[in-house]
Design a protein around this ligand. Structure first.
Ligand code: CTP
Ligand code: MG
Length: 221
C-alpha cells in the first residue's frame, strides 16, 4: 500500500510565544520540525511526505528537508487558518492513487517507528482509521465556568494523539464541508460514520504547547 504522510506544521505557536512559528522554534540545536520530518522520512512505512507550512515558511521547510537529506518530502504547501484547513491543504497534494494518509502534528516530535506501525495495522483489518490514545491519569470533571457539574467516568475516556491513519478516500471525504471547528481528523471521520480504532498511544508523543513542554521533549531526545 502507498502511504503518504501529511505533516501539519502551519500553526503560529501563540502559546509558545517564540519570535517564529512553533515548527521553527529551537529543539536542541535544530528547528522542532526537523525531528518529525526526519523520523517520517526514515520510516519504512512512509512513501512520501507533504508538509503544511506557515505562510512564508514554505521555502525554509524545503531547504530544511534538503539539508536533512529527507528525500521523501515532495512538497511544502501553505497551511490554512485552522489545523483542519492545513490538513486539507496537505491532503490536496496527495496523489489519487495513495491508499493511506497518515496525519501527524509537527508539534509532537518524538515519533517512533513502532507507533507508525501501530496506527497503520488496523487499516488492513478493515478499519477506516486508527488513532493513538492514552488513558487519563487525572479525575475529569465537566464544569460550567468555575462550577463543577459532574465527575465523568474516566475509564471510558482516552486522550488522543497523532499520528492518525486513514484510508485516503475516507479522509478526503471527511475533509469536505465545514471542518474548521475540528481539533483532529478522526472527529471528522467519526462524524461521517467512519469506524476508528484506538491503539495504545505513546507518552513520549506529548505535544509541545509551552516552553516547559519544549524542555520536557528536549530531555527525552
Ligand atoms: N497547525 C496547522 N495549522 C494551523 C494550526 C495548527 O498546521 N492553522 C498544526 C500545528 O503546526 C501543530 C498542530 O497543528 O503541529 C497542533 O496545533 P497546536 O499545537 O495548537 O499548534 P499551534 O496552533 O501552532 O499553537 P497555538 O495554538 O499555541 O498557536
Ligand atoms: Mg493551535
Amino acid at each position: 500500500m502507498s502511504v503518504w504522510a501529511v505533516l501539519v506544521a502551519a500553526g503560529r505557536g501563540e502559546r509558545l510565544g517564540s519570535d517564529r512559528p512553533k515548527a521553527f522554534a529551537r529543539l536542541g540545536d535544530r528547528p522542532l520540525l526537523a525531528e518529525s520530518v526526519e523520523r517520517l522520512d526514515a520510516s519504512e512505512w512512509v512513501d512520501s511526505i507533504v508538509v503544511a507550512a506557515p505562510k512564508g515558511w514554505e521555502e525554509p521547510v524545503i531547504l530544511l528537508a534538503e539539508e536533512l537529506g529527507c528525500s521523501k518530502v515532495t512538497e511544502a504547501v501553505t497551511g490554512g487558518a485552522s489545523r483542519s484547513e492545513s490538513v486539507r491543504a496537505g491532503v490536496a497534494e496527495v496523489p489519487e492513487d495513495a491508499l493511506v494518509i497518515l496525519v501527524h502534528d509537527a508539534a509532537r516530535p518524538l515519533l517512533v517507528e513502532d507507533m507508525i506501525e501501530r496506527v497503520l495495522a488496523p487499516l488492513s483489518e478493515g478499519w477506516d482509521g486508527a488513532v493513538p490514545g492514552l488513558p487519563l491519569a487525572d479525575t475529569v470533571k465537566r464544569v460550567e465556568g468555575d462550577t463543577v457539574v459532574e465527575t465523568v467516568d474516566r475509564s471510558s475516556l482516552v486522550a488522543v494523539q497523532t499520528p492518525q491513519a486513514f484510508g485516503a478516500e475516507t479522509l478526503r471525504a471527511a475533509l469536505e464541508g465545514d471542518i474548521a471547528p475540528a481539533s483532529d481528523c478522526s472527529s471528522l471521520v467519526e462524524a461521517r460514520g467512519g469506524r476508528v480504532k484506538v491503539v495504545p498511544g505513546d507518552p513520549r508523543l506529548l505535544k509541545v504547547t509551552t516552553e516547559a513542554d519544549l524542555e520536557r521533549v528536549a530531555a527525552l531526545l
